[in-house]
Ligand binder design. Structure first.
Ligand code: GAF
Length: 394
């Protein structure tokens, strides 16, 4: 069943009524710029064709409650809107994990709009998604983006797309407890077909950068390793803390304020591990700028080496790759990909490879064979298309 239809079917099954509409938001691939967003730096993600759809109807019983159901699990969660303030962030563990995303967005959109719970109607929401979960393609921002546009329209809230992205990040940070930046929510809300979003994470200004993969005869391949990761636990927060330590030791507000030319001078000021974490972020910011320039001046065939350098930096300096990701990247490059790198927060998830259309099968076969030779579970491999951001479905 088509995903929007699946959301509508779930709505009818759980709530015994018809939704008034469906809204949706995409997952994303980050082309380059990893762990730079929470350092006030630059990123270049694009929205993909995989989407999360939400079917919604305002409640007509005068009860200011939001009720959410999804195909992720069997739970239907119901809570009064005026209880959200006491649920987040301290009592978030009381609701099942996936429900923290939409409930957190409801909470954050209300706060951002300045409305009180009694100003708005309650709502029932049912979710269905074809964004792979745990693959580093930001299934979480897809839920957040779909919820944000659906509730904003239903509640008559006049928040712009950047404000809705900020509400999504608040949900992620406070309601879910993942200390992420804002890249994924911005991609889900602002994505454009055939283009990437060049985002300055300090000013939140964006520029659309044409990708032109199709015209250049290129495909962007995702190699999902199947190694699951979570940003609410473990290494992601530790890396973020290291960046903050580095910025503090260097006396700058954020690593955005350190340039590649500064690095030699800084080597003696911090320990080796912190220095390498800093070096990744500083050089990655420069690679984003270089990639944007290369795309604009030469087109997508010119960015391969930058993608590879980004992967090497994440593998060796930031240390967030895993053997499966390295295998995917190495196999893709050996089979003729123009460039390849892990994408997303790391510690699992997916790699991307930029591949000439006529090499697609060869690269796919090579990655599959390399996984088998290493005794890894077979990867899931598919192409992605740069796509539009969140919207009401037609
Ligand atoms: C995850 C986070 F959610 C983003 O904010 C970003 O930090 C990314 O990891 C790493 O670039 O997707």
């Amino acid at each position: 069943m088509e995903t929007a239809a699946a959301a509508r079917a779930l709505f009818r099954e759980r709530f015994g009524a018809e939704p008034v509409g469906t809204w949706s938001a995409p997952g994303r691939v980050n082309l380059i710029g990893e762990h730079t967003d929470y350092n006030d730096g630059f990123v270049l993600p694009f929205a993909i064709q995989h989407r999360t759809h939400v079917a919604l109807a305002p409640r007509t019983d005068g009860v200011f409650r939001v009720r959410v159901a999804s195909t992720f699990d069997d739970a239907t969660v119901e809570i009064a809107l005026d209880q959200l303030d006491s649920l987040f962030p301290t009592r978030r563990d009381e609701v099942t994990e996936w429900a923290r995303y939409p409930l957190g967005v409801a909470w954050a959109v209300l706060a951002a709009s300045g409305k009180s719970p009694s100003d708005v109607t309650g709502a029932d929401l049912a979710f269905a998604s074809n964004v792979p979960v745990g693959a580093g393609l930001s299934s979480s921002a897809a839920i957040e983006g779909a919820t944000a546009v659906a509730l904003a329209e239903t509640w008559g809230v006049s928040l712009d797309r950047v404000s809705l992205a900020k509400a999504g990040r608040v949900a992620e940070n406070e309601a879910v407890g993942a200390p992420t930046g804002i890249m994924d929510q911005m991609a889900a809300l602002l994505g454009r077909a055939d283009a990437a979003i060049f985002l300055d994470c300090r000013s939140l200004e964006t520029e659309i950068v044409d990708l032109g993969f199709d015209a250049a005869g290129l495909e962007l391949l995702v190699i999902d390793t199947g190694v699951k990761h979570s940003h609410a636990t473990g290494g992601y927060g530790e890396r973020r803390a290291a960046c903050e330590r580095g910025a503090a030791a260097l006396g700058v507000p954020a690593l955005r304020d350190v340039t590649v030319a500064d690095l030699d001078r800084l080597a003696g000021l911090v320990d080796d591990v912190t220095f390498r974490r800093v070096r990744h972020v500083v050089t990655e910011n420069q690679r984003v700028l270089d990639t944007v320039r290369a795309l604009r001046e030469q087109g997508p065939t010119a960015i391969g080496d930058l993608l590879v350098a980004s992967h090497v930096s994440m593998r060796d300096d930031f240390e967030i790759s895993v053997p499966e990701l390295d295998t995917a990247v190495d196999a893709a490059l050996a089979a003729g990909a123009l460039g390849a790198r892990m994408t997303g927060g790391g510690f699992g998830g997916a790699a991307i490879a930029l591949v000439a259309r006529d090499r697609l099968q060869h690269v796919t076969d090579a990655a599959t064979a390399a996984f088998a030779a290493s005794g890894f579970t077979a990867p899931t491999i598919f192409t992605v298309t740069p796509s539009d951001g969140a919207s009401r479905d037609a």
